[in-house]
Design a protein around this ligand. Structure first.
Ligand code: RIB
Length: 338
């Protein structure tokens, strides 16, 4: 299929921004020079470019709305991320519209089409189920700038990211340094790419210590939620491990409750660590050791990048990387033996 000639192509050829083209094509280009106006109109005629629905969206970037698609808004991780988004949006006079699609691809597509109809200026996508196909078909085709982050971070395109592999290694090395040799993993039953990287980093560090890792016995899968962690408690205990690494803090917090209800002492009898550093980690008992992702900063970075993209005609992919860091609290302790 012949690639559609978009407003971005037109802007590139004219050597001006998309906003400039959009305004000229919508009779709001008085502030631009005669020469620029004529160049844009001539290119429109040359390529028979029709300012359709999508082009209309672009001029309406003056509506200044940013769509934010997250998998689970109930998770404080995404709440803090959205706070970061808001802090930049407010300064730049954009309004964020937030959607949580609960990993339902149909709901996701519905939200996407609704956002496009409402003339969204750009998108931040953290959704696990958004495939490259959807991005190409729906988003790129409609010429909507977007930034990827978190759960679909290995796809092409502008994105903010952290190193999940390194984060997994940090977690494993912390537990190994404490003397633990039999460590269980509590991860999602439907892992996204970043979680797989996280767990691969973890396993690599274990392998680097020439320790055997029993995939069947030591990897427990459950929903990536507090309930998932809570319900997996018996399975975790069955491994006989002296420490457990949970794929995120929510799972770890659910597990803490399950262990407490069974009279299992953390960290005296089992060390527990999570991942993310959500604000609740300081308020559970014992306070949760974790790997920090700079969640608020990720929201800030993603939004700044997006707004820059909306205001420019730069077509190169940009990747902004953020650091991960071990946060030691009270839920992990040295191995004491049996
Ligand atoms: O808690 C949400 C988890 O899902 C985080 O670890 C984040 O990286 C996301 O993938």
């Amino acid at each position: 299929m012949k690639k559609k000639f978009t407003i971005r192509d037109l802007a590139k050829e004219a050597g001006v921004s998309v906003t400039t083209v959009s305004q000229i094509l919508n009779n709001k280009g008085d502030r631009f020079s005669k020469a620029t106006q004529e160049k844009v109109l001539a290119l429109r005629d040359k390529y028979k470019y029709v300012p359709d629905f999508n082009a209309r969206n672009l001029i309406l970037r003056s509506a200044k709305t940013i769509g934010v698609l997250v998998p689970n808004i109930a998770n404080p991780f995404f709440g803090t991320f959205i706070e970061g988004v808001q802090s930049v949006a407010r300064k730049e006079k954009f309004i964020p519209l937030v959607f949580s699609a609960n990993r339902d691809p149909n709901l996701e597509k519905y939200y996407l089409s609704q956002m496009i109809e409402r003339s969204i200026s750009g998108l931040v996508i953290a959704s696990a189920t958004m495939t490259t196909d959807t991005i190409n078909e729906v988003i790129s085709f409609n010429d909507i700038p977007y930034i990827l982050f978190d759960q679909n971070h290995t796809q092409q395109g502008d994105r903010v990211q952290t190193s999940d592999f390194l984060g997994g290694q940090l977690a494993a090395n912390h537990l190994l340094d404490l003397g633990h040799r039999h460590i269980a993993i509590l991860t999602s039953d439907n892992p996204s790419e970043n979680l797989n990287h996280r767990m691969n980093g973890f396993k690599k560090a274990i392998a680097d210590h020439q320790l055997n890792f029993d995939e069947v016995r030591d990897v427990i899968q459950a929903p990536l939620t507090t309930t998932g962690g809570y319900q997996a408690t018996d399975q975790v205990l069955k491994t006989g491990a002296s420490a457990v690494f949970a794929a995120n803090d929510e799972m770890a917090i659910g597990l803490l409750r399950g262990l407490h209800e069974r009279g299992v002492k953390v960290p005296a009898e089992i060390s527990v660590m999570g991942y993310d550093n959500i604000y609740l980690d300081d308020y559970v008992y014992p306070r949760l050791t974790t790997v920090q992702q700079p969640i608020f900063d990720l929201g800030v970075g993603a939004t700044e990048m997006l707004i820059e993209l909306i205001n420019s005609d730069n077509n190169e992919d940009h990747v902004q990387s953020f650091p991960v860091k071990l946060i030691k609290r009270d839920s992990t302790a040295p191995y004491k033996g049996n």
